[in-house]
Design a protein around this ligand. Structure first.
Ligand code: PEP
Length: 259
């Protein structure tokens, strides 16, 4: 098994002081352990710079944004570009989260443009995909995910695709407390890896990171991360408390040790 990657998505949570405390709490916990697992914190945009300062000082984690503009620069009031993110040392950026698809009408086409922007500035796009409850009930979950990936990510040339991370996040599991079973997660991750293999070849498929997201917590993380094709997690609610988040990182280490 390759080392796991655990990404914390804070969403629109924390005050400035709470954000500082959370970063410091995570650093203090990680300082005492040797990790193979990669750790990425995605705080709200306003706190990215303090996060990158702490990341530089501690060398214990990388920093990701939760979104970026599909445009390079110019008259787009309120937007933050990939160029700006790169200029303060942001290394990762979540794109196509189901909350952005739902509340901000983000389409696969827009996500593809954001992915292009990020790659142009050397930022790793963390591209989210996942089916709704209705799609799963109808047995269309694989087709739904395939369409999202085909339109948002698989248009890339192989050398660019290889820089992206995929996060499978069933919409019905995000923030609901209802996690995909390890078998459901493995089935979808294997399906995605197979799609990658058909399009880009075996080596690219093996090396690709496919993370699971959706009500992942310290209790269910080891079993999820022990599945062959689950390379780590995108963690929402449970990334907002240092102890809970660090326990999930430790679950990543346990999964590698035991498998
Ligand atoms: C997320 O928002 O990406 C997520 C997985 O949230 P949660 O862990 O709270 O379900």
């Amino acid at each position: 098994m390759k080392p796991k990657l655990i990404i914390g998505n804070w969403k629109m949570n924390t005050s400035f002081d709470e954000a500082q405390d959370l970063i410091i709490g995570i650093i203090e916990a990680l300082e005492s352990v040797t990790l193979e697992t990669g750790v990425v914190l995605c705080p709200p945009a306003l706190y990215l710079e303090i996060a990158t300062d702490h990341a530089d000082d501690s060398d214990l984690f990388n920093v990701g944004a939760q979104n970026c503009s599909e445009y390079d620069n110019g008259a787009y009031t309120g937007e933050i570009s990939a160029r700006m993110l790169a200029s303060i040392g942001v290394d990762f950026c979540i794109v196509g989260h189901s909350e952005r698809r739902k509340y901000f009408n983000e389409s696969n086409e827009t996500i593809a443009k954001k992915v292009n922007q990020l790659l142009q500035f050397g930022i790793v796009p963390v591209v989210c995909c996942g089916e709704t409850r209705e799609e799963r009930k109808a047995g269309h979950h694989c087709e739904a995910v395939e369409k999202q990936l085909a339109e948002a990510l698989f248009q890339l040339p192989k050398e660019h695709f290889e820089q992206a991370v995929i996060a499978y996040e069933p919409v019905w599991a995000i923030g609901t407390g209802e996690t995909a079973s390890p078998q459901q997660a493995q089935e979808m991750h294997a399906f995605i890896r197979n799609l990658i293999e058909k399009k880009f070849g075996t080596e690219t498929a093996y090396n690709s990171y496919i993370l699971y997201g959706g009500s992942c917590n310290a209790q269910n993380a080891v079993e999820l991360f022990s599945q062959n094709d689950v390379d780590g997690g995108l963690i929402g609610g449970a990334s907002l408390k240092a102890d809970d988040f660090v326990a999930i990182i430790e679950a990543g280490e346990t999964a590698i040790r035991e498998n």
